[in-house]
Design a protein. Structure first.
Length: 290
């Protein structure tokens, strides 16, 4: 793909003073939006109303209302709206989702989630747009946490009902530590911890406890699962070919696949959980999701 696209590039690309001018003055099929978070929804709307397909970096939007609006606009305009949640195309996460949805683990009862990074400096005042709530919409939880909330929801297939969360800012203007408890409509629970103050560069762990088995999924240790009375299994196939977001996006536009692997509804679900968590951190009580 890259080999086909690079020769089409120009050493003197066209320049525009606004997104509106760009979509009006160019013959394009699609755009990739990778701007500060609070700009995503309005820019998606401009692109969709110009008849363009959109691949947006996470999060899809900083509010559930905005996420729903752009999702419905894409459906109305018959345009592809995808999110750059790359884990949807990674083999170990696809296999993890299959193990859950095939019933291998039985009924899920508890999920534990951890995302820990050494990235506090990104959120210190003046460090970058990520440190400014007007541009970022929040801190670590809406940023890297967006990926992991998405995986919790996508792999499990569960519907969140309410969220209780506490956050700490540690001298910044945004959240840099989040501890949350989530209840799902089937009665299952999840604990979610996110920190940007880790001594480790990155640790990502999700554990799914079902009535018949347990599954662990991590950045460092890969995928493993164990059913009652069975041995610990490191399944083959977890290293199969990955499908990158841009590759999948183009295939969806061409009609080569039924739809993008990370559709807009995933962004809506993440926005609903994120918004409920932020409301809970302010109110001090569990907040409904939706």
């Amino acid at each position: 793909f890259v080999g086909r696209v690079i020769p089409l590039g120009s050493p003197h690309p066209a320049q525009f003073t606004s997104l509106e001018a760009m979509v009006a003055g160019s013959h394009m099929d699609a755009v990739v939006i990778a701007t500060p978070h609070t700009q995503h929804a309005p820019q998606i709307e401009i692109a969709l109303n110009a008849g363009l397909h959109v691949l947006c970096e996470k999060p899809l939007a900083t509010t559930a209302a905005d996420a729903r609006r752009v999702m419905e606009l894409a459906e109305k305009n018959s345009r592809t709206l995808a999110i750059g949640y790359q884990r949807h195309g990674q083999s170990q996460f696809r296999l993890a989702r299959h193990l859950v949805h095939s019933g291998t683990l039985g009924d899920l009862r508890l999920i534990t989630v951890l995302i820990a990074q050494d990235c506090l400096e990104n959120f210190r005042p003046g460090a970058s747009w990520r440190a400014d709530p007007a541009l970022s919409g929040g801190g670590h939880f809406i940023d890297t946490g967006s990926h992991i909330v998405d995986m919790m929801l996508w792999v499990s297939g569960l519907e969140p009902e309410r969220v209780y969360a506490e956050i700490d800012q540690f001298g910044t203007d945004v959240d840099v530590i989040t501890a949350a408890s989530i209840k799902f409509t089937n009665g299952a629970r999840a604990t979610f911890a996110a920190t940007s103050l880790s001594a480790e560069p990155w640790r990502e762990e999700l554990t799914f406890y079902g009535t018949e088995g347990v599954m662990r999924l991590g950045r460092a240790d890969g995928l493993s699962y164990q059913v009652k009375g069975g041995d610990l299994v490191f399944p083959r196939g977890a290293g199969a070919r990955d499908v990158r977001p841009l590759e999948d996006f183009i295939a969806a536009i061409r009609g080569e696949v039924a739809g993008p692997q990370a559709p807009a509804v995933c962004g809506l679900r993440v926005a609903q959980v994120t918004e409920a968590a932020y409301r809970s951190a302010v109110s001090g009580r569990p907040e409904p999701v939706g």
